[in-house]
Design a protein around this ligand. Sequence first.
Ligand SMILES: C[S@@+](CC[C@H](N)C(=O)[O-])C[C@H]1O[C@@H](n2cnc3c(N)ncnc32)[C@H](O)[C@@H]1O
Length: 293
Amino acid sequence: MIGFLCKIAPLLLMGKTVKNTDIAASYDKVSKRYEEYFLDTMHSHNDRVLNLLTKEIRKNQEKEDNHRLQILDLACGTGYNSRYLQGKGVDGDYTLVDLSKGMLQEARANGMEFSKVTYVNRDMLSFLKSSPNASFDIIICMWAIKYQPPKKIIVECERVLKDGGLMVSIVNTADTLPQMRRLYPKLLINNWRKIRKIMMDLPNPKNKEEFGRWFSKSGFNIKELRSGRQTFHFKNADKLVEFLTSTGALAGYDHMLDLRDSEIIMQMVSYFKDNNILETEHRYVYGMFKKRS
Ligand SMILES: C[S@@+](CC[C@H](N)C(=O)[O-])C[C@H]1O[C@@H](n2cnc3c(N)ncnc32)[C@H](O)[C@@H]1O
């Protein structure tokens, strides 16, 4: 423990903390197999959110003039959400923003037909800050809002949305991946010599009530607010570790400690074997929010 503290204190003093660019680099590494590892199962949760959105867009289009929608996909990753919306017939001008070149490259390669698409390789908060007021009808931010202070993202989203504009978001809660949460501090203590930077804990919401408050305090009405869980089961501890280190879920934490280091992988496998752990669980909240007119 003393070794750990002696290692951490100077890193903190020198400001050696994990930055956005490190998180983007983590996603560069998993970009080629992100859809296979994460979205293969998790896409059904994205789809649920996007179906709510599609229904609401159709309802609004029946009432209002059919102007061309301006759709912003923040931290778009491999472009799954925009492709899904387009597949559901939501036509418009799509802007896909992501800080990871690798993820954005996958989005480009996956392509979208018909709609006009602009790809932007940039941090989402700085993109929002540079966007004019009332420039988008729809904002999507899936599995990513915690990579910048979420309340700042929400305030900016409210500003760049047109009156009555819609935002959907899904995000892990603070208690997600409990098995890994218990193991990670042990890895840090046991491998303190290998710590390279400090990863500050991400500001995930505790529950759907907290998530809803972030939006309602920033000029949104809550249209939908729900929570969910997805458990993943594995044949053995090696597969569990492979999954945890391949989905991007530990982005940033892998810069504090190299989770691909063979010794650290062995320790993770042993811990899961010794404790008979062959599953992990993503816990999340999601919602659809409408900017107050
Ligand atoms: C879990 S993935 C989600 C991708 C996609 N939204 C989805 O639902 O599949 C998180 C994404 O956030 C991106 N990201 C992380 N920090 C970011 C930032 N500050 N600005 C823009 N994108 C960021 C990552 O590069 C990654 O593509």
